[in-house]
Design a protein around this ligand. Structure first.
Ligand code: SAM
Length: 284
């Protein structure tokens, strides 16, 4: 245990600015085969996972990300049975997907098994038992390899990867998006994390370009995750038609009420509003 204010974690994502967190206890710190992994306790955000010096998820604000990654496409689609999650080793997205009783199978493809093992041990509240759900299939391999080789089809593909760099770089490519589109079912939806647009504009702009070139219905939508600092967190959406994305609010609300799940961030009203973007994000 460290005394108050003795140890701080400074995020290394940007050159001239950043965020830092007081560390009250370092639970784990080591390099895995793929990345530097740290799990530590903080007074306000609770337990925190960082990979290669970048905040991945915190106990206190993870719902704003994992709920919007999962419930927006699932309530918009209306009949998601087979889900593919690429990355997401902490288990938060898996937990939210499996709260939908109609989901029959959730396959998680995570390149670094240590992330799963260590998050199950030190951040169990994130997966909350999802890895033990009989509907879960965990595959430890590279996401690009998986989508190149699988002959399965998915109603929803969620890319919950680290930012482009290191092992996740292949997941930000035309080739990867094209393979994902080809393994979607007819009304399937592709969702990807695409950075904090105000400070990672290139990542959001590149995502929108790739989505536009590869999907008939490309879009970006927003959530607000305080520890994805310095602006809105951008999520990418790709589908073969705009049918799901334009699902009326009354349908969304009915599906939300029928699902009977309690959320900390997602609401049908937030769903209706999240595709509205500020002017600086109307990338041409
Ligand atoms: N919520 C975080 C964010 O928005 O940055 C992502 C959290 S999750 C821990 C990111 C996961 O992506 C990591 O566990 C990492 O190992 C995994 N990952 C990175 N590259 C990958 C790849 N090529 N295939 C599969 N998983 C990958």
């Amino acid at each position: 245990m460290t005394g108050r204010g003795e140890e701080w974690f400074s995020e290394t994502l940007y050159g001239s600015f950043g965020q830092r967190f007081e560390v009250t206890n370092t639970l784990f710190r080591s390099s895995t085969e793929h990345q530097d992994l740290m799990i530590f306790e903080t007074p306000f955000f609770g337990r925190v996972l960082a990979l290669d010096g970048v905040i991945q998820t915190t106990e206190r604000d993870e719902a704003a990300y994992h709920e919007m990654l999962s419930h927006v496409p699932i309530f918009a689609h209306g009949n998601v049975k087979d889900v593919l999650i690429i990355g997401g080793g902490d288990g938060g997205a898996l937990r939210e997907v499996l709260r939908h009783n109609d989901v029959e199978r959730a396959t998680m493809v995570e390149i670094d098994g240590s992330v799963v093992d260590l998050c199950r041990e030190y951040l169990p509240m994130l997966s909350n038992g999802a890895f033990d759900d009989p509907r879960t299939e965990l595959v430890i391999t590279d996401g690009l390899k998986f989508v190149q080789q699988t002959d399965r089809r998915f109603d929803l593909i969620i890319i919950d990867s680290t930012d482009p760099g290191g092992p996740s770089l292949p997941l930000f490519s035309d080739e990867f998006y094209t393979h994902c589109r080809n393994i979607l079912t007819g009304h399937g939806i592709f969702i990807c994390q695409s950075g904090v647009s105000f400070v990672q504009a290139d990542e959001s702009r590149d995502t929108k370009r790739r989505l536009t070139e590869i999907f008939e219905d490309p879009a970006l939508y927003l959530t607000q995750v305080p520890t994805y600092a310095f602006g809105f967190m951008t999520l990418g959406w790709g589908a073969r038609s705009d049918m799901a994305r334009t699902t009326g609010g009354e349908n969304i609300r009915r599906r939300f009420d029928d699902a009977n799940i309690e959320t900390r961030y997602y609401t049908p009203d937030i769903h209706a509003a999240c595709f509205s973007l500020p002017a600086f994000m109307n990338y041409k």
